[in-house]
Design a protein around this ligand. Structure first.
Ligand code: MV4
Length: 447
């Protein structure tokens, strides 16, 4: 049987998916926009189809164009990657209804996890600790509403159930702001997501961002692949990620990992997924679940040897997860630096032509990227150029290996955040693993 997968994405993740398909003997169709005809992965793909103009809404978000390309090339399945349509439950449903396997969870699962109140309820049912708060209907009586918020205790966070990833949320410091902030959040949620439902949470002030990687076969088998720490971020854009998360309370961790697997078993989760937590004062607090592969998946692959993208494809083909939890071993430490086409001083995008470059290599170094000398970075998409990933026996060795890799790496012609990474890797707070989600913006960048 010859199987054909259409890759509904671009850049490094499209290349990553093609590499995994090749290993499995799966044929690939790559779709691209008019701005992307020179992308590297198109040369490695069996077939290519141009699906529209540079604007994402007219190409990588254009569902009819993508389904037509799948039809035209007789693809069996569609690989969404991350971003774009990866967590669009309507897209997943339309793939299925058009006869293409969506490589990911069932559209109903994506929809449930996309509704943050439903996600919290499901997580709580499986024994995952959630942020204390209130997720029932907001009473119309302002005094009743104020009483609920007072019981949670200020500061509180108002979140839109249709939000996520930092969109549709607001901190309320004191009672006199509660009603106005709730009204604004509801109005923004109505305009932005077409759903004005909000919920309340205790505001966790200075946590780390820890996430758990899970894999499920869609038939009730699930395993976890440990944790990642993604606390080094700016405006919800992760910059450095690592696996495993270190300096974590073992008892809280073990309970959380078991509960994450239980959640996946309970909902017959199919594919790979990430359960996100805030971690503060030895406690994990569930915030949301991402039903897709994540940018930072390589750090988990590097310490486990488990190929997450291959697992996505195998599971979609109905093949079993070959490994049991006991077969998963965690080996040393891995770091990922995201190299972006942006000005390191003001974070402004820096598209343009790469005139000259050199990539890093060597023992324990992985380089995932679609760029090459002469490639023109278009201004229309995410600024991610490359991911440098290192693995070593310890965190400090992985940091040193990353500094060595960054020394070899150069890109000329456009600005990148390469110097920012070098500065962070030399920073004492980072080296001591004492940073939280607030560190980069509130302390490091102000030094
Ligand atoms: C929070 C929080 C503090 N308290 N919830 C931001 C993205 C979304 N996934 C949830 N987010 C947060 N939820 C409570 N109750 C702080 C954040 C948050 C954050 C979380 C993870 C990583 C980076 C962040 C940056 C700012 C705020």
């Amino acid at each position: 049987m010859s199987y054909k997968v259409l890759i509904a994405n671009r850049g490094e993740i499209a290349l990553r998916a093609i590499r995994a398909c090749k290993e499995l003997g799966i044929k690939t169709v790559s779709v691209y926009s008019e701005a992307d005809k020179d992308l590297k992965h198109l040369r490695f793909s069996d077939e290519t189809v141009c699906i529209g103009p540079a604007s994402p809404t007219q190409s990588y978000l254009n569902i009819p164009a993508i389904l037509s390309a799948a039809e035209l090339t007789s693809a069996n399945a569609i690989y969404p990657g991350y971003g774009f349509l990866a967590e669009d439950h309507n897209f997943a449903e339309m793939c299925e209804k058009s006869g293409f396997k969506f490589i990911g969870p069932a559209s109903e699962t994506i929809q449930k996890m996309g509704d943050k109140i439903t996600a919290k309820t499901l997580a709580e049912k499986s024994g995952i600790q959630i942020v204390p708060g209130y997720k029932d209907e907001i009473p119309s009586d302002n005094n009743e509403f104020k009483k609920i918020a007072r019981d949670i205790g200020y500061p509180i966070m108002i979140k839109a159930t249709a939000g996520g990833g930092g969109r549709g949320m607001r901190v309320v410091e004191k009672e006199e702001d509660l009603i106005s902030h709730a009204e604004i959040t509801m109005q923004e949620a109505k305009n932005g997501f077409g759903n004005e439902t909000i919920y309340l949470e205790k505001f966790i002030g200075n946590p780390r961002h820890i996430e758990v990687q899970i894999v499920g076969d869609g038939k009730g088998k699930a395993i976890h692949l440990g944790t990642r720490d993604c606390s080094m971020q700016r405006r919800h854009q992760k910059i450095i990620e690592e696996a495993p998360a270190l300096n974590i309370n073992q008892e809280a961790l073990n309970k959380t990992l078991i509960a994450c697997v239980d959640l996946c078993k309970e909902i017959n989760y199919e594919g790979v997924g990430t359960i996100e937590f805030l971690y503060e004062d030895n406690q994990f607090y569930f915030i949301e679940m991402n039903t897709r592969i994540q940018v930072e998946h390589p750090v988990t692959e590097m310490i486990t040897g488990f190929d997450l993208v291959k697992a996505q494809l195998r599971i979609a083909l109905g093949m079993p997860i070959e490994l049991n939890q006991d077969d998963i071993n965690f080996n040393g430490h891995s770091l990922e630096c995201r190299i972006n086409a942006e000005d390191p001083d003001n974070f402004q995008p820096s598209p343009g032509t790469i005139t000259k470059m050199h990539t890093p290599g060597g023992f324990g170094i992985r380089y995932d990227s679609h760029i090459y000398g002469g490639y023109k970075v278009p201004p229309n998409y995410d600024s991610l150029l490359a991911k440098i990933i290192t693995q070593a026996n310890s965190r400090s060795s992985a940091i040193k290996r990353m500094l060595s890799a960054l020394d070899e790496f150069f890109i000329e012609g456009i600005k990148t955040n390469h110097p920012l990474h070098q500065r962070i890797l030399h920073d004492d707070t980072f080296k001591e693993n004492k940073h939280t989600i607030n560190y980069l913006e509130n302390e490091f960048l102000k030094k």
